[in-house]
Write a protein that binds this ligand. Sequence first.
Ligand code: GLY
Length: 596
Amino acid sequence: MILRPSFARWFALCLFSSSVLAASPDGVVAVSHPAAAAAGARMLAAGGNAIDAAAAVQFALNVVEPQSSGLGGGGFMLVHLAQTGQTFIVDSRERAPQKASADQFAPDGLPMPFPLASTSGLAVGVPGTLRGVDTALKRWGTKTLADTLAPAIELAGHGFRVNRFLAADIANDGGRTALHPETAAIFRPKGVPLAEGDWLVQPDLARTLRLIAARGADAFYRGPLARAIVEAQRRTRSELGETGKGRMALADLAAYRVAIREPLIGHYRGWTLATMPPPSSGGLTVLQMLGLLERFPLGDAAQGYGFGSPKTLHAMIEAMRLAFADRAVWIGDDDAVALPREGLLHPDYLATRAALITPDRRMDTPQAGDPTPWDKTAVPPPSSRAWAESPHTTHFAIVDRWGNVVSYTSTIEYTWGSGITVPGYGFLLNNELTDFNFVPAADSAAGNPGANDVAPGKRPRSSMAPTLLFKDGKPVAAYGSPGGATIINSVLNVTLNLIDHGMPMQQAIAAPRLSVTHATGKVGCEGGLAFMQPRIGVAAQDALRKLGHTGLGEAGTDGCAETIGSVQAVMIDPATGEHHGAADARREGTVVRVRP
Ligand code: GLY
């Protein structure tokens, strides 16, 4: 299909392409919203590469999916360059301000209630998204920042139709869009929540995007816009009552730097994964689970395994519980706290952990293990690393005609972030600092490094896990998901579906997922929507209940009714070189392909 860069036409095309598996030797964009997919496709059609398209998608998502990501947040962009074969991570994770302190969410030793903490300025981390996109564009892009902002400026200024998902997130926001008047004015005009089909114009946001297009990313990190951000997070009241005053200063914004990192590399049954290193726990935890599960023949129905069998599900649940126990203690921002990366993934350490899994019963709540004897990594002590110049949420993936790939997860943390819209500028601020421990955990006597305690300049632990899968040294699939800690399990489920169960990507995405995010964990399980096939049956759920697993409700009933994550993916067929895309019907997942 030959496409031309007319915006209306892109939009129409997206609707036709929604959730359809597309094949092409050319560019492919897979995004959770059609208008944002169109923005990326427009860059590809204008000769841009995957990095240009990713920038346009991210800015457009700020307009059409403002509850999930945007200028006021952060994220992790995985970039694979076809020409050199190199893979990089652009870490634009939010950072704690210099005045942050370990006890800021527990001033009296008791954790603040999450609704209050997460809607206060105290939760707002120094935003990184714009610096991250700008850095990626400068290094690897071919378009200007202004070029990539153009579709978002049109969408914000001209407006777009509110889709089912945005309307539902307003209706079910727990009051979050009503807490602060600037946010309510956009999403609840005259006190009435926007509904599906309403037309949303965001003039303040359009003006902000135009300002950045004209003056560059520094217009966000210095000057009047930076002052407005600092003022907004200093407010002390919301509709919930007195809130914690934010500690971000102008100097924190001016000092914000992204980090360009090496991906974390792991292997599973002959495949290679390049995924997210700390400060995201995503990559380490996915790789730990895969390392534990490699000992079980998950794909072999003849041995009682196979998709959805009790043996497979039990092994997955136990691997999740073990890995989340380690995550709670060991993973955080290792620019700030030494972290035993090597030990956590060492096969001998994983063998000791896998030995805790028994086939005939749920293990007692596992504690974190001690991977340090297997760790030879000379992690520099805290503060010895300079900030390198060169983690509700959304995920998209792009491959351009040259084979460059972007797999990008970004967020403002909770749906609607802090709920604070910067007055006059029309974008939401994150509540990312609530991803830190609320009560400081550091305890040297108990061997707890406090890996995820709040500290000045530190990045809160993330779960984001944009991932690139390689076979025989060639990239074959890029994918990831939103969903807080369930991100890790969505990426695991899709990886197992591809590798162990031999599913094509679209089926691997549609299939119902299983998720446990805590060592004590209740099982979360999907099945509520018709496309989630093959179903996890009541008989399999009963078998899990008999083993002692909780969270699935009464025996004999169907306890699999959740919706977990939203996976977007692109694929490169190693045999033909063709590019494909697959998207998730859990949101308005859209695949667009571009043939110049
Ligand atoms: N706030 C979600 C994450 O970083 O994983």
